[in-house]
Write a protein that binds this ligand. Structure first.
Ligand SMILES: [Zn+2]
Ligand SMILES: [Zn+2]
Length: 345
């Protein structure tokens, strides 16, 4: 089968690999119908994910059809359409039992697919702990509608869940890339009074304006003034930082009102500094929100009921054989790209 493979630092290549086989009675083999490219794949390509293993098939956002399930897999069977969770988790350890599946202590726990074990930019994938990592897609939900459930939509959902958003709140979301927009969609489910989206890229600002007209959209240079103007107590009640730069991190605590919650969803490529003397007395609560994909069933149910729709994010589609071209577009943000669906015919 074809598999997009991490060959060397800076080099991914489409290679021929044997179709994966069951290795454990809890595994399933999934025939991938659609996958996507995530910014984390680029982090692997450029060497900023030290755990990534050379030679693995990359990719961790996917939907597909169960081809074969091990004898201990009870929740799914061959022929079921499924989403695949970015995180592998055992369901038995302390963290899994408390809903923190991202911190599963199993040797394959956490982000393994497309990082430490073969992932989704291929024709088939082996999913360990398939009963936990796979969720059946409701019949009325398309592959496109379900594509982001296991990764960036779970990220947004988790971020909104831990941010304690109330209906009286003004929420500031910094960053309107794919994860920022997913965070926006999940924050909208909480019905806050106002949502302000701060984004420095004009194309992305226009995307948000076009699809979510109730949201206040602002360029990062005008963000602080806009937040003061639009909030009642001198800053945002909740700030969600999804942009991942030094500038956006600073904006996150500056734009927060006293006693606000600041949720950091973004991944940074270096340490960030909290200048505590400058924020003394502001009494902020910081939360860090690396994806915890424990709500996929609930997210699928929200999609089925038309409460979340991420299909506008899919701006481009390519067959797997042309994935190199898809990466070029995604990595260089060409042609107003937001997300790319990789299709297997
Ligand atoms: Zn990802
Ligand atoms: Zn576990």
């Amino acid at each position: 089968m074809l598999a997009y493979t991490y060959k060397d630092h800076g080099v991914f290549e489409l290679t021929e690999k044997p179709k994966p086989k069951l290795q454990n009675s809890k595994d399933a083999i999934v025939k991938i119908t659609m996958s996507s490219i995530c910014t984390s794949d680029l982090h692997i390509k450029h060497g900023s994910v030290p755990k990534a293993v050379l030679g693995i098939t990359v990719g961790h956002e996917m939907v597909g059809v169960v081809e074969e399930a091990g004898s201990d897999v009870l929740n799914v069977k061959a022929g079921d359409r499924v989403t695949v969770n970015v995180e592998t988790f055992c369901g038995d350890c302390f963290f899994c039992k408390n809903g923190f599946v991202n911190n599963c202590t199993d040797k394959n726990g956490g982000w393994a697919l497309g990082c430490r074990i073969d992932g989704s930019q291929a024709e088939y994938v082996r999913v360990p702990y398939a009963d936990l990592g796979l969720n059946k897609i409701p019949a009325s939900v398309s592959d496109e509608q379900a594509l982001f459930v296991g990764d960036i939509l779970s990220t947004g959902f988790w971020a909104a869940k831990i941010s304690e958003i109330k209906e009286t709140d003004t929420v500031l979301i910094i960053g309107a890339g794919p994860a920022g927009i997913c965070t926006l969609l999940c924050a909208m489910l909480k019905n806050p009074k106002k949502i302000i989206v701060c984004e420095k890229d004009e194309t992305r600002r226009n995307f948000v304006k076009k699809h979510y007209p109730d949201v206040i959209v602002v360029d990062s240079k005008d963000c602080l003034d806009m937040v003061i103007k639009e909030s009642e107590h001198g800053g945002a009640d909740v700030v969600m930082e999804v942009a991942g730069s030094e500038e956006s991190f600073k904006m996150a605590w500056q734009a927060a009102r006293a006693n606000a919650i600041v949720t950091v969803v973004a991944l940074y490529d270096k340490p960030m500094i909290l200048p505590l003397p400058d924020m003394y007395g502001k009494n902020l609560t910081f939360k860090t929100g690396g994806v915890d994909g424990c709500d996929c069933a609930e997210i699928l149910s929200l999609i089925e009921r038309n409460k979340i729709d991420t299909t506008p994010l899919i701006t481009h589609k390519f067959p797997l054989k042309d994935i190199k071209k898809a990466y070029e577009i995604f990595e260089n943000r060409l042609d107003n790209v937001i997300k790319i669906a990789i299709l297997n015919p």
